[in-house]
Ligand binder design. Structure first.
Ligand code: SF4
Length: 228
């Protein structure tokens, strides 16, 4: 590693150390500007385990970093952990998680062969919507995960995940994003409803079925090398 890269790495380590110590007045925005190497996911997860970059650290039980195959070709991105996930430290294991597992099985994926993560790694109290400052603080962690995993296809579950990844405004509905291939820094992205929403609105399951059939077709096309 050259000298400049060493210096940058040292500064980044110092900033992250300050964050872990709970410092409030460190230049937080610099962290997002630092070049990120492809560090192992386990190392990233260990580093986030005591994260206090946003206020959610006060109410969480566990940071929910992500789970699945670190070399997965399909990455699933949700919004934030729920109560069960917060308790166990594993994404999508509550009722919505059970539904996600069934949805994946319906298109012949197991949880083990995909990677599952959320935009926020800590649970918002009462499962409220993520706040912009929380997304801003946490999104770099998801970015680094994606850079490491290098998925061939991303599936965004729900409007919050899709808007965050695609940099869309708060008025963009998930309905307007369905049925199309979007672009996340060169990686194709498909958006559909969040399983938690499906539990409240079972009438949307048919739309979701169509979305995941589309996802499976695109996945197979991409993996066959016919990704024009
Ligand atoms: S939500 Fe993200 S930024 Fe906020 S404390 Fe948890 S890991 Fe850190």
């Amino acid at each position: 590693m050259n000298e400049i890269a060493e210096i940058v790495k040292e500064i980044k380590n110092l900033l992250e150390f300050q964050a872990v110590l709970g410092a409030k007045n460190y230049p937080k925005e610099l962290l997002t500007l630092m070049p990120r190497g492809k560090r192992p996911l386990a190392e990233q997860a260990a580093e986030r385990a005591d994260c206090r970059l946003c206020g959610l650290h006060e109410s969480r039980n566990k940071v929910v970093f992500g789970a699945g195959d670190p070399n997965a070709n399909l990455l699933i991105v949700g919004e934030a952990p729920g109560a069960e996930e917060d308790r166990m430290g594993i994404p999508f294991i509550g009722r919505a998680g059970g539904l996600l597992t069934k949805i994946l099985a319906s298109i012949n994926f197991t949880r083990d062969e995909v990677y599952i993560a959320n935009v926020l790694k800590c649970r918002p109290p009462g499962n409220r919507d993520p706040q912009p400052a929380e997304v801003e603080a946490c999104e770099p962690f998801l970015k680094e995960q994606i850079e490491t995993i290098q998925p061939k296809l991303i599936c965004a579950l729900g409007a919050h995940a899709a808007r965050t990844l695609l940099k869309l405004g708060s008025s963009t509905s998930i309905g307007s994003l369905r049925g199309a291939l979007h672009n996340y820094h060169g990686v194709p992205l498909i958006a559909t409803y969040h399983p938690a929403y499906l539990l409240r609105s079972p009438g949307k399951k048919r739309d979701t079925w169509e979305d995941v059939q589309f996802l499976r077709r695109e996945y197979d096309r991409i993996m066959s090398g016919d990704a024009k």
